[in-house]
Design a protein around this ligand. Sequence first.
Ligand code: GDP
Length: 551
Amino acid sequence: MAKREYPLERTRNIGIMAHIDAGKTTTTERILYYTGKIHKIGETHDGASQMDFMEQEKERGITIQSAATTAVWHGFFDQFEKTPYRVNIIDTPGHVDFTIEVERALRVLDGAVAVLDGAAGVEPQTETVWRQATTYDVPRIVFVNKMDKMGADFQMSVDSIHERLQVNAEAIQWPIGAEDDFEAVIDLITQEAYYPVDDLGEKWEPRDIPAELKDLAEEKRNTLIEAVADVDDDLMEKYLEGEDISIEELKAAIRRATLALQFYPVLAGSAYKDKGVQMMLDAVVDYLPGPLDVKPYIANDPKTGEEIDLIADDDKSFAALAFKIMTDPFVGRLTFMRVYTGTLKSGSYVQNTSSETRERVGRLLQMHATSRTEIEEVFSGDIAAAIGLKNTTTGDSLTSVDHQLILESMEFPEPVIELAIEPKTKADQDKLSNAIQKLAEEDPSFRATTNPETGDTLIAGMGELQLDIMVDRMRREFNVEATVGAPQVAYREAFTKTVQARGFFKRQSGGKGQYGDVYIEFSPNEEGAGFEFDDAIVGGVVPREYIPSVE
Ligand code: GDP
């Protein structure tokens, strides 16, 4: 049996979430830089994003893929040199069109870093992803990025958390200077200032807090203590008795409160200027949960109907969730999985209890920033990518063959936007069908319907940008030449009556066939007096404007 590389309690599965442009990609790159570079694990790559696998993501500057990258953290002061932490970073996209991808990532991570733009504070999509993280009970720390930017204002950012997110959050750090003068970071817990001593921000040294900031730093430490004491009885007791609160006591109380989702520590930095990212990584290990600190994932035993708590334990039978399918240019189809309990060896069989198939895991990979390593075995609480699973799609449960379990599955919302796509040639039609199938396996929020009479294809998804990217990927990755119609708002009614007849709704305006006819199945109404739309079973995605005429 292979040996577990990192103890469970030294594992962190985290996501980085943000409003677009707040600096998620830059922060992630810096994390990969500091976790790799300093300890010579790999070289960084042309300054290009390691997480953005797809060409168009680079062109558009947004991150869509929810890949997972494994990093190793030795500590800001090398304090974990002997027993480092494994930090798996599960990429979560920032654009609102991909909230589905965010949800999927939130399912498999234990904690998250919310990145804010220090000049903007909480923004609309921060609220969206924050709400989603709350739904999944994900403890969070907040990294106020861009403290070097014009208009950066740390106090405003903290206030915006209170006002817009309505949560108990306080600074555990304070910036020294802002905008062009952003120089260093005060650790409010230790009451020490840290200044970078080289241009790359790799080495820092502790110094006294500047005289003019001493009072402020002390006041902010008290604010922090009060906020944590409010939700932590142990700390409250000490605080009320007027006792000195040690660094260790305060850190332990912050951890308890953060894990209990009662408190959110706020940090300051500038990923771009290489400031604060290493201290943020220390906060990740100090305050965010390991796999044993979160409430257990619930699975169902299909034989007994019994609900089972999946607690990370290598000796239990294997149970994992496939949370992302990616097509990799080198090795083909990769299935990213979060192992909740048990272990999985490469070459062994798994039961896909969602598709009821048995599959063999060819190889197991761990993805690092600049390399990938083949591993013999993946352990509970960890994340890996499997090669060779052909029948597994996003959201499927993978368990041991002997002890089959069904994990609470992921729900995918109905598409909200659609467009017609027409292949240029007959050869493109086959390529198009293949592309749609592959892309839908990767992203269940992307769907297609075909009009059985005209053969026209409609693709549907969560947003215009997502469909744009899908069409772009079809062209790049599958060589599909096609013309596309304008996006339409999609709308789907869930009707329950039985199918009795078939018909078509035609568009009221615009030439027939431009977007394809929408195929529906409908049944006569109760009285048998003709057809009513309310009795229809919709076989596709129906834009509202299609509805008026029945032929
Ligand atoms: P994402 O959309 O959240 O992934 O944001 P990116 O990391 O792509 O950053 C968006 C823009 O902000 C880019 O032009 C970055 O160079 C810039 N940026 C990121 N971090 C910082 C920072 O700390 N300070 C400043 N001034 N700009 C930053």
